[in-house]
Design a protein. Structure first.
Length: 305
């Protein structure tokens, strides 16, 4: 099922047609509140009232027009101003290929530096999303350049990639802030773990090691997973090393395990909800279905009468 869903995510013909169908638009509503900035900010209000922070991403990737990439950067700058105006505990997470990485590294870096500076002025943070393995090295280089001058920046790393332990070690001198996810792209076994238990073991090992080695340093670490059992395992192992719940954050997607998000926040964990919005949602949505088979059941229930 995962392989089929990831193939669907890559299929250009389906990408152009399926989002126009009513049942698809109904199904995606489980995972995103709407397509506009106003929709995203409206969804944040009850979360903020419960002490849950928000992380926003305007969907889209692999833009080939530098003019379009500049428009995306302008959009995120306006979003940062709206977050500050609403006084939400909100941050932004961007895909480098949405800011022109496929066309020009320097242009993409310029947009990121502008957004990082804007985030700093408004009391927010800028996070770099990680895309497929073809972009891992370039995204690492972007973050190294960005982090050298902008401390309120973080990067997403993927536990299923075999290189991730070395990437964390490489970033360590920069005191990096990291959001760790399992990984949602279709990668070959030569560069990625494909067995679920192996991925989970990698995730737990990387998380605990990072928390222990950076204890007391000015870094942030986010557990970007909906696997509550894995989160509690990591919390227990870190706790055995004298590391409390305030040393990491739990970052889940809007609409997934919502009750658990509120429960964990009430239990003293720092929780952040990622709110995705925009009209370019099809590939992102299919990858969300591929991450957990249970998501497919949620989607089917949402389109049935």
């Amino acid at each position: 099922m995962r392989a089929v869903l990831l193939w669907l995510a890559r299929n250009a013909w389906l990408r152009a047609r399926l989002p126009k169908l009513g049942f698809m638009r109904r199904a995606v509503r489980r995972f995103m509140p709407g397509e506009t900035m106003d929709d995203a900010l409206a969804a944040a209000a009850p979360l903020d009232s419960a002490g849950i922070g928000t992380l926003y991403t305007h969907l889209g990737e692999n833009l080939t027009s530098l003019e379009a990439a500049e428009g995306v950067a302008d959009h995120y700058a306006r979003l940062l101003d709206r977050i500050a105006g609403a006084r939400f505990d909100g941050e932004i997470s961007v895909k480098p290929t949405q800011l022109g990485l496929d066309r020009d590294f320097g242009t993409c870096l310029g947009h990121l530096e502008r957004l990082a500076e804007h985030a700093g002025r408004t009391g927010s943070w800028l996070w770099l999303d990680m895309e497929g393995s073809a972009y891992t090295e370039l995204t690492m280089q972007l973050y190294e350049r960005l982090r050298a001058t902008h401390t309120r920046t973080g990067i997403c790393l993927q536990a299923y990639l075999r290189r991730t332990a070395a990437d964390i070690e490489r970033l360590r001198p920069l005191d990096p802030s990291i959001r760790l996810v399992k990984g949602a792209y279709d990668e070959p076994p030569a560069i990625a773990f494909t067995n679920r238990r192996t991925v989970d073991a990698s995730y737990a090992g990387l998380s605990v090691a990072f928390l222990v080695e950076t204890s007391g340093r000015p870094v942030r670490f986010g557990l970007g997973t909906h696997d509550v059992a894995l989160i509690e395992l990591i919390a227990a192992q870190a706790g055995a090393q004298g590391i409390g719940r305030d040393a990491f954050e739990i970052q889940m997607l809007y609409g997934i395990r919502t009750a658990e998000q509120f429960r964990l926040a009430a239990a003293g964990y720092r929780v952040q909800t990622l709110i995705a919005y925009g009209d370019a949602w099809y590939p992102w949505y299919m990858r969300r279905l591929a991450e957990r088979p249970a998501n497919v059941a949620f989607a089917l229930r949402s389109i049935l009468p």
